[in-house]
Write a protein that binds this ligand. Structure first.
Ligand SMILES: Cc1cc2nc3c(=O)[nH]c(=O)nc-3n(C[C@H](O)[C@H](O)[C@H](O)COP(=O)(O)OP(=O)(O)OC[C@H]3O[C@@H](n4cnc5c(N)ncnc54)[C@H](O)[C@@H]3O)c2cc1C
Length: 498
């Protein structure tokens, strides 16, 4: 019997994962990707001898005690890779120096936090207890929610029972949770960057996961990691067509049958079409808003997204041996990214933990400046490229001055400056409003369930970060595995991993 044909749009982590698992399960797949490299947001780029990483701080699934480790190993031999395990989530600093370090070791963290906020000892102890209790909880379900039966719900509750109390206790956002702290220093330290808007248990689980070496950073960075999936996919007989943008998903009698490319070519021989590309572009452009209901409209109109960012990468001709790898530096005056985005602190990553990224004696530094103002950056780039470049220049020079104040010897040692704006994220990955991780996970016990199917359309699935709030590399990877389970079930096939 001839194999069923599946067209996949996008070679990000979700598209590559789906491609690999589908090939293993005897489907004939082809990926169409607008960029000339795999990985999507999971990427990096080279400038004058430096490799600037655009993604992974840490990915989950590195500890064999957790399911995800075994899933990764179905496609990648994880034991061959080297990981760096962060011993701190970051150090909060202000103009007077260090406030506190968010150590991943809970005992060390407890001491650190009590030393800055003895008046909040009770809260801190309860927070640390939460980290220890949640550290061994495997968040990852063994199959997609679409395939759950009543027994799966029952078993999940049973497995979650020992930690349910802690999940519920810490289900408010970090911002809300820290309202009960008396110490300003403690509030500041716990409200690390993007964690402050997430359910607090996400922070507790992340700390636990870093400590028990279930999360870490792959040495070499994000692009080589994505390339491992590309390699596996090609070895399995998959085909990737780079530099081809899909502009339409073709349908016949409300069944997806193929795609139209920007160059006018059509491919209408698919049994299934999977979009592993941006959700908004898929639903509102490629499918022309034809397969949509109130719930989807509400999601796209109201649900908060991860912001985009101005991402500054610097190649600096010096080392930073005794500095933390991640610093959140509070500023004494607003840093204006754009009219709508004024920051009182900047997160700095010093890549002194991956020497493969810079020539000897040199270091890469990354600064992520959040902004939700995609419109501003995209219009500026389109209508006034000189002003766009001037703005990029202004921001990078201000950042360099701040770093020079903090570390010394920066201004004279900057070899390379590279700046990506929300317009850059959109251009290279087509993500809606330049969002870097899809939907935010709002404070609640369980993230919102987003269907991979669209109402009224057969033989079509949407996967990737826009179908799982919180986003991330592991989630995208899991969604590729999940969709294969769903398709195998539909075709009454046994799901294979080899
Ligand atoms: C600075 C930064 C730091 C991050 N840090 C982490 C981290 O530490 N840990 C973590 O887990 N996650 C992190 N993430 C998030 C993570 O990178 C993403 O959530 C994940 O990679 C999303 O994968 P995806 O496959 O769902 O989507 P994408 O990566 O967006 O892939 C979609 C692919 O589809 C292609 N495409 C889009 N439209 C079309 C079209 N019309 N035709 C053809 N191709 C198309 C795109 O070019 C892209 O290759 C970070 C992201 C950024 C930007």
């Amino acid at each position: 019997m001839s194999k069923k044909k599946i067209i996949i749009i996008g070679s990000g982590i979700a598209g590559l994962s789906a491609g690999c698992y589908l090939q293993i399960n005897s489907y004939d797949t082809e990926i169409f990707e607008l960029h000339n490299i795999p990985g999507g947001l999971c990427t990096a780029w080279k400038r004058k001898g430096y490799t600037f990483d655009g993604c992974i701080h840490s990915i989950g699934g590195l500890n064999p005690r957790f399911k995800l480790y075994h899933y990764w190993n179905e496609l990648i031999d994880m034991s061959q890779l080297k990981f760096y395990y962060h011993d701190a989530l970051g150090t909060a600093e202000d103009e007077n120096g260090k406030i506190a370090t968010m150590f991943t070791d809970p005992d060390k963290l407890e001491k650190e936090l009590i030393s800055i906020a003895p008046e909040d000892k009770g809260f801190i102890r309860s927070f640390i207890k939460g980290i220890k209790k949640l550290a061994n909880f495997d968040l990852m379900p063994s199959k997609p929610l679409e395939l759950w039966n009543p027994l799966d719900y029952y078993l999940r509750q049973f497995k979650a029972a020992p930690v349910l109390y802690y999940l519920m206790k810490w289900s408010k956002s970090v911002e809300d949770m820290t309202k009960e702290c008396k110490s300003k220093k403690l509030k500041r330290t716990l409200n690390m960057d993007f964690f402050s808007r997430f359910p607090a248990f996400f922070l507790l689980i992340s700390l636990g996961s870093l400590h028990n070496k279930n999360s870490g950073y792959p040495i070499g960075g994000s692009l080589p990691f994505a390339r491992l999936l590309e390699k596996k996919y090609l070895e399995l007989g998959g085909k990737i067509h780079y530099k081809l943008k899909v502009i339409k998903i073709n349908t016949k009698d409300n069944q997806a049958v193929g795609i139209t490319l920007e160059n006018g070519e059509t491919h209408n021989d698919a049994d299934f079409v999977i979009s592993a590309a941006d959700g908004h572009y898929t639903i509102f452009k490629m499918l022309e808003e034809k397969y949509i209901d109130k719930k989807i409209k509400k999601l796209y109109n109201e649900h908060p997204k991860w912001p985009s960012m101005v991402l500054i990468s610097l190649g600096v001709s010096r080392t930073f041996e005794n500095e933390p790898t991640s610093i959140e530096l509070d500023l004494n005056k607003e840093f204006i990214v754009d009219e709508q985005s004024k920051l009182m602190s900047i997160p700095i990553t010093i890549y002194n933990f991956d020497h493969t990224l810079a020539p000897e004696g040199k270091t890469c530094i990354r600064i992520m400046l959040k902004t939700d103002n995609y419109q501003h950056w995209s219009e500026l780039r389109k209508n006034n490229i000189e002003e766009y470049n001037r703005e990029k220049d202004r921001i990078s020079q201000e950042v360099i001055k701040i770093l020079d104040n903090r570390f010394g010897n920066i201004i004279s040692n900057v070899d390379v400056i590279d700046i990506a704006t929300p317009a850059t994220f959109k251009r290279y990955t087509n993500n809606w409003m330049g969002s870097t991780q899809g939907w935010n996970w709002l404070p609640s016990l369980v993230p919102e369930f987003i269907k991979k199917e669209l109402p009224g359309l057969e033989n079509f699935y949407l996967i990737g970060q826009w179908t799982a709030p919180g986003g991330g590399v592991s989630t995208a990877f899991q969604s590729g595995r999940d969709i294969t389970l769903i398709i195998c079930k539909k075709d009454k096939k046994k799901f294979q991993v080899k």
